[in-house]
Design a protein. Structure first.
Length: 190
């Protein structure tokens, strides 16, 4: 009797009960795993991408290489935009420059541009010709599909010379059209 109690204590310690009746081998369900079968894979998810670090530079705002470059918020024209002498009429030889400018403005549809006219006349009337020339460039861009709301023309006259207006060569440098991206800080795009 004592051995039965020992067996019952052992069973109780293991957490299972001895079978009370014997089940024939034919009635027992046998589960066999095939040795060639691989266990079902658990769903594996790829690791999450790492967030950008604060030292990663932002993508360049004006990094396109298929249009005119924008440096310090100014479109770098490949040549001067020419006008008929003493007029605001665009000269035919400026057509390639104007087409390149048009493609550049189209390439940045979220940007607004300011077309600045600069003159060298030694009078108070210099503002009018510089403004009329800037407006001629604006009209060209609008004629070829740029929304007028994205453009602004302004004439500065002789208020912003690049070099002193003391020689014919210097005055030729100062007579110019510049195209600037509005709402742009030069330090933010360099």
């Amino acid at each position: 009797m004592r051995s039965s109690w020992a067996l019952i204590g052992l069973v109780a310690a293991c957490g299972s009960r001895p079978p009370t009746e014997t089940v024939p081998q034919s009635a027992q369900s046998v589960v066999r795993s095939e040795p060639d079968e691989a266990p079902a894979p658990a769903s594996v998810q790829p690791p999450a991408p790492e967030p950008p670090t604060p030292t990663d530079p932002p993508p360049p705002r004006f990094g396109r290489t298929d249009v005119l470059p924008v440096e310090r918020c100014q479109v770098k024209l490949p040549a001067k935009i020419q006008f008929e002498t003493n007029r605001a009429t665009l000269h035919k030889q400026s057509e390639p420059v104007l087409k390149a400018l048009l493609e550049t403005v189209k390439a940045y549809p979220d940007e607004r541009f300011r077309i600045e006219g600069h003159a060298t006349e030694q009078s108070n009337y210099a503002l009018k010709p510089s403004e009329r020339r800037a407006k001629s460039v604006l009209r060209y861009l609008v004629e070829y599909g740029i929304s007028r709301t994205r453009l602004r023309a302004i004439g500065y006259g002789m208020d912003r010379p690049l070099v002193p207006n003391d020689t014919p060569e210097h005055r030729a440098v100062n007579r110019r059209i510049e195209v600037v991206v509005e709402d742009c800080e030069p330090s933010a795009v360099d």
